[in-house]
Design a protein around this ligand. Structure first.
Ligand code: FAD
Length: 449
């Protein structure tokens, strides 16, 4: 019987444990999770916080600790792995409830340690407002208690979690100020997307302060680097994450250029019999070919499945990622997949991009909204390379079709000719995907002649 130790019990770790045990019931799987909660949807937390009655805490938990144990997985919560000895094939673990130490041997090991919040350095004076981050269900519990009585919040960081939380705070009627260090919102996206989201925030009475940083806090307020003081009774730190790899590094595992653990397509690390998956590991970009780090829940789950299969003796392969992602704030949804124009150029493509607007459904149908899109393709081959899109309707459909096209190496001509579902409530006669394909096809031809 192979002894397996998994470090981390949320998306990647518990998926690997469940799949591994299902595929080979003889596996002796022990999962150490330092939090009391396991297998929960961190992605659902902003929505739970917006409406904890409709989306209860319980609904965010995919499978309970008892359920995993009933399935024969030795799941130990509030146990932190403090050291990994790859030579002796053992981990040393602290029981966070009674402080005792355990040594657990393994034949195969998995790192599923996730990501951790980037620490924000603040000069905290006496009585500073409550500081929150939103990484775990415990963090969500603390915010849930606070938000009921909150009046004014400062959100630090305008990434997707900060933006989702801006909506949540406004739903609770909390006066919301969002402070973003970059000179404009969403610097990783096309500038027009940042402008659209900025308009949304204005429409929903969120005060946006770009190009500034929160540096200090004292009773009832925070201070920005330009001297502005903002009154608030709580601060939400959404300043991004980095891979949680200290343990892996001290065990001697190789890290990649992104700072996350290097893995091959079987999610195997540089050490024999040791796997890594989820936010602590890298992936390769399916178009750009370079190692990338996209800390996303669906990626973690798919990688966890690969590890589970391979722990059980299989030969599963994680092909790579396109960086497909989507989020909503208020009435706007933003999504992307594949390479941006700049990334495509850097990857050596003769990139072209087209920017266009197309209705989400037949123009005369209620609910039809303009989809605004930047589509990127390779001029030489016509291959679809990526897209960014924003609208209040049908963004998910658009981005998923483009992601499929990029995955399947379709050309812009293929996009224009796709046989897609049409009826007025769902799509205009010529779908936005086809509009983009046609425009990009023309652009490719124009720039060749
Ligand atoms: P994690 O979920 O971080 O789990 C790792 C666990 O391991 C943690 O509980 C950690 O405490 C534990 N651990 C670490 N070290 C040790 C140790 N030494 N011993 C024991 N335990 C340890 N992704 C999307 O794709 N779409 C979304 O809409 C989305 N929304 C999000 C919203 C929020 C608010 C947050 C926080 C994340 C969101 N994500 C989203 C990201 C997604 O939740 C993560 O990508 C996913 O949870 C990663 O899973 P993981 O198992 O790799 O790591």
């Amino acid at each position: 019987m192979s002894r397996v130790v998994i470090i981390g019990g949320v998306a990647a770790g518990m998926k690997a444990a469940a799949v591994g045990k299902r595929r080979n019931p003889e596996l002796d799987i022990c999962v150490f999770q330092d939090e009391p909660d396991v297998s929960y949807s961190a992605c659902g937390m902003p929505y739970h916080l917006a409406d904890p009655v409709a989306i209860t805490r319980q609904k965010l938990v995919a499978r309970t600790v008892d359920r995993f144990r009933a399935d024969g997985i030795d799941l130990r919560v509030r146990h932190r792995v403090e050291a990994v000895d790859l030579e002796r094939r053992q981990v040393s673990v602290k029981d966070l409830d009674n402080g005792s130490n355990i040594i657990q041997p393994f034949d195969q090991l998995m790192f599923a340690t996730g990501a951790r919040a980037i620490a924000t350095k603040l000069d905290l004076g006496p009585g500073a407002p409550a500081m929150f981050q939103l990484r775990s269900l415990r963090d969500a519990d603390a915010i849930c208690k606070w938000i009921e009585k909150a009046r004014r919040v400062v959100i630090v960081g305008g990434g997707y979690i900060g933006l989702e939380m801006a909506e949540t705070c406004r739903q609770h009627g909390v006066h919301t100020t969002l402070v973003e260090m970059a000179p404009r919102l969403l610097p990783g996206f096309q500038p027009w997307i940042g402008d659209k989201v900025t308009e949304q925030l204005e429409q929903h009475q969120v005060d946006l302060l770009p190009g500034r940083q929160v540096i200090a806090a004292e009773a009832g307020r925070v201070f920005l680097d330009d001297g502005t003081a903002l009154e608030c009774d709580g601060v939400l730190l959404c300043t991004g994450v980095r891979p949680n790899v200290e343990l892996a590094l001290s065990a001697g595992l190789k890290l990649g250029t992104t700072g996350a653990i290097t893995v091959d397509h079987g999610m195997r690390t540089s050490a024999a019999g040791v796997f890594a998956a989820g936010d602590c590991s890298e992936a390769s970009h399916l178009v750009g070919g370079t190692p990338v780090w996209y800390p996303l829940g669906d990626v973690a789950s798919r990688q966890g499945r690969v590890v589970g299969t391979n722990l059980a003796g299989g030969e599963a392969r994680f092909p790579g990622v396109l960086g497909t992602a989507i989020f909503r704030t208020f009435d706007i949804t933003v999504a992307r997949t594949g390479l941006s124009y700049t990334q495509a150029k850097a990857a050596g493509f003769e990139a072209i991009d087209v920017q266009f607007e197309a209705p989400s459904r037949a123009r005369y149908m209620p609910g039809s909204q303009p989809l605004e899109v930047t589509l990127v393709a390779d001029r030489i081959t016509g291959r679809v390379l990526g897209a960014e899109v924003a609208s209040s309707d049908a963004v998910d459909k658009f981005v998923d079709v483009i992601a499929t096209a990029v995955w399947g190496s379709l050309t812009v001509g293929d996009l224009a000719d796709l046989d897609l579902a049409y009826a007025p409530p769902f799509s205009p006669l010529i779908a936005p995907v086809q509009v983009g394909g046609e425009l990009a096809r023309k652009r490719c031809m124009d720039s060749t002649t």
